[in-house]
Design a protein around this ligand. Structure first.
Ligand code: ATP
Length: 233
């Protein structure tokens, strides 16, 4: 797609950690409503790319723009419009699931928060755990809470790092529907996944990273066809 129409644009972006080239120079543009899957084996650079894409980390070379302006996590526009489900648990241990969501609703001035929270708790099978603190949740329930937090707030760009992790098959199917619905409501979605079916069913486009380099790009079917069926990716 053309960079001009992109909401998120990475140009010549690379990231090195000392001698290690975690990400080799690549370009990526994601348009509103577009759903893009990042594939690649462990250590191929997916999380590195996502951290750079949300402004949490800076590239060694290249530029990242969000809606035409340099991407920075500290930018109030970015805070208001970019939702991230990453690998870090940003929860407060003493707040219940519901209180976490209430905090998100206040921080983002969510209209009619009670109805939105109730709906997300139901959709994420968390209603029975609304008054539980995160330390008592299973890992899948914790992941569901993180997803609910991202889906409660307004967003034009949604970045997800292996959102399927820890989810059971039913919750994973629900996640696939959620990602598809995000694109339909105009949100640009970039998600890293090890789950081929999630990429196949949800993404318009897929990128395959191999040792930090862009190894393939195309429709999910095209990219998945390049993978060794026996490989772990
Ligand atoms: N802070 C860091 N310091 C040094 N090396 C790092 C750092 N972060 C990532 N790396 C290295 O960069 C490479 C890419 O890591 P990254 O986490 O992006 O991979 P990934 O594709 O997300 O892997 P996984 O599927 O296992 O989550 C790895 O070799 C990793 O060791």
């Amino acid at each position: 797609m053309s960079t001009a129409a992109a909401l998120l644009s990475l140009q010549g972006v690379s990231r090195s950690f000392g001698e290690r080239e975690a990400l080799r120079p690549l370009d990526l543009a994601v348009a509103p409503g577009e759903r893009v899957a990042l594939l690649g084996s462990n250590g191929s650079g997916k999380s590195t790319l996502l951290r750079i894409a949300c402004g949490r980390d800076r590239p060694t070379t290249g530029t990242v723009t969000f809606d035409g302006a340099p991407m920075s996590e500290d930018d109030i526009r970015v805070r208001a419009r970019v939702a991230v489900v990453g690998d870090a648990l940003t929860s407060y241990p003493d707040l219940t699931v519901r209180q976490h969501l209430e905090l998100v609703a206040v921080a983002h001035s969510v209209a009619e928060p009670e109805a939105g929270i109730a709906e997300l708790l139901r959709a994420q099978s968390l209603s029975e755990h609304a008054d539980a603190v995160p330390g008592t949740l299973s890992s899948g329930q914790t992941q569901a809470m993180l997803l609910a937090s991202a889906l409660l707030r307004p967003r034009d760009l949604l970045l997800l790092d292996e959102p399927e992790q820890r989810l059971d098959p039913r919750a994973r199917d629900r996640l696939a529907e959620l990602i598809s619905a995000e694109g339909e409501r105009g949100t640009a979605v970039l998600f890293a996944t090890h789950h081929r079916e999630l990429a196949r069913t949800c993404a318009h486009r897929a990128l395959l990273l191999d040792e930090g380099a862009l190894a393939a790009e195309g429709t999910p079917a095209e990219v998945l066809a390049t993978l060794d069926p026996l490989s772990g990716t």
